[in-house]
Design a binder for this molecule. Structure first.
Ligand code: NDP
Length: 306
């Protein structure tokens, strides 16, 4: 029987550790970390994600606020705002909620964040430090995946890892992390030939594509570990039934919310695995927990605390 790797359990543990450390620092220094999330324009999902981050930070004793900027702001103005936050001694962590509206050059905006305050870990300097396997602020979702595998006692060294998806947020940094852990890594993308054949070599298969239930049984080697990063909001009742059959939980979800969240891995495909991450409740909760850990790390590094 495949076993689920519940990200929520580990996320709670990480958050409790961060809270303990924030409490200790507050007692000793009278200071706490401060995080600012920037939301440009109106985007319902981004608003929800950012509010979750803000609420989580506050629950751990981190001071957190959201800076809402109109879509009409220019790239130069946005960068100027970032520069003043970089210079502010009041701020330890800065994140720009992605995706930005299409008129912005996302890479330039990310590069304008001070690497010391870049709690998302997307700045080229932090990605470079990851490649060099030096301590630094790591991208949260991939870092959470590695933590989750270790938490469940998975051996990474020497394993054949296949990652489907090459984004800067998930696939590429995750590949570097697996290499740093001595795995053998293949990254696949939309131009990969014979995807199912490549995927079925994997001891650890990671799907980070954004394609609901795309990964079918023939992609998964018997007994493989399957990490499903996909978060797809599916509102089409016929598609939900096609994927989940008459699963009452999914039907209820759809009836209550008008959608259900579906991973990239088909439920039948994970039956072949030994360990898998459920969607929702697998990788998702870890992303925010790792962000909190990065905020604490940024605070400590700026003050040269161990
Ligand atoms: P992107 O759209 O940036 O990247 C998707 C990647 O998947 C691309 O590299 C793309 O290839 C590849 N891909 C898409 N379709 C196929 C296909 N048919 N065959 C092979 N490769 C394919 O997405 P993200 O990396 O930002 O996110 C991926 C998923 O993970 C999404 O569902 C997102 O919501 C979720 N996510 C979840 C997080 C969490 O906290 N759990 C955090 C971040 C993301 P190509 O490069 O060739 O276009």
């Amino acid at each position: 029987m495949p076993q689920a790797m519940e990200g929520k359990t580990l996320a709670e543990k990480i958050k409790a550790e961060v809270k303990r450390e924030v409490d200790r620092i507050k007692q000793e220094l009278g200071e706490v970390p401060r995080l600012i999330g920037i939301l440009v324009g109106e985007n319902k999902s981004s608003e929800i994600y950012l509010r979750t981050k803000e609420r989580t930070a506050q629950s751990l004793g981190i001071i957190s606020k959201i800076l809402r900027l109109p879509e009409s702001i220019s790239q130069e103005e946005l960068i100027a705002r970032l520069q003043s936050l970089n210079d502010s001694p009041e701020i330890d962590g800065i994140l720009v909620q992605l995706p930005l509206p299409s008129k912005f050059q996302t890479n330039q905006v990310i590069e304008a964040i001070s690497p010391e305050k870049d709690v998302d870990g997307f700045h080229p300097l932090n990605l470079g430090r990851l490649l060099m396997n030096e301590i630094g602020l790591r991208p949260c979702t991939p870092a959470g995946i590695i933590e989750l595998l270790k938490f469940y006692g998975v051996t990474i060294e020497g394993q054949e890892v296949v990652i489907i998806g090459r984004s800067l947020i998930v696939g590429k940094p995750l590949a570097a992390m697996f290499i740093n852990e001595n795995a053998t890594v293949t990254i696949c993308h939309s131009r990969t030939k014979d995807l199912s054949k490549v995927a079925s070599r994997a001891d650890i298969l990671v799907a980070a594509m954004g394609r609901p239930a795309y990964i079918q049984s023939d992609f998964v080697k018997e007994g493989a570990i399957v990490v499903d990063v996909g978060i797809n909001y599916v509102s089409d009742a016929a598609l939900i039934e096609k994927i989940f059959g008459d699963d009452p939980k999914r039907r209820q979800d759809w009836q209550e919310k008008g959608y259900t969240i579906v991973g990239d891995v088909h439920p039948q495909a994970r039956e072949k695995s030994s360990l898998f991450t459920p969607v929702p409740g697998g990788v998702g909760p870890l992303t925010v927990a790792m962000l909190m850990r990065n905020t604490l790390l940024a605070f400590k590094r700026r003050r040269h605390l161990s």
